[in-house]
Design a protein. Sequence first.
Length: 269
Amino acid sequence: MSGILRTPGSPVGAGFPGDTRVTSRPWPPRPAAAILSAGNSPMTRPSVLVVDDDEGVRTIVCGRLAGEGYDSLQAADGESALALALERRPDLLIVDVAMPGMGGHELVRRLRQRSSVPVIFLSGRVEDADRIVGLKLGADDYVGKPFSPSELMARVEAVLRRTRGPASGGTPLRLGELELDPERREVRVKGRYVPLAPREFDLLAMLADKKGRVVTRDELVERFWGVEDGAEVSTRTVDQHVARLRRKLTTERRRVLTVKNSGYRLLWD
């Protein structure tokens, strides 16, 4: 288990004056396999599963989540987190990368086989290569340690706003062998569940909302990416996500059509 060192000063992100930076100082580890729960209220509010072997980090993050109106769950290791995520179906996960046993990367890799729940990585590994690995695994954001709790809350809100997007509360749709359920955020092909990352699901849902009309790459960038970490996201990012979406749709990949020099549309029949 790790101890917590809280250092007053400037936050990691701009715009949060007087905030506290949170980091961890390694102490001799001890087993942490139990699933822990924060709060006793029924999960009618958005729920967030916090996964970190550092109890202090979990306590701080869950305390801030409660103050912002979220319900929270805790898991001290990857194995417990995977079971809890599949059983309780939280709205978002905050996951440490380096944990004993199943680490954060493996947790998300396994989770993506069965769920498209949004994920934010929280890690002391802050090199570009580490961020890229996390995002390619299907994470929606990556926050480095030490971190500003206020910035983390802002990112939680932003990820939930993006991933709930156009797909909230819609009517189930069937096109050929493709089924899309906006309420459950599930996609099936030939009756089999297709594990999409949150943005892949939302890209498909936005195309479905347009009922065969063209959605430009610029529209998709503005809707789902905007500006991240101070850098503009290129339209090439959209193309990469669409390519992954098509591969996962297997026999129904033909429905996602490219419109030259413009964007994409869904084959509507």
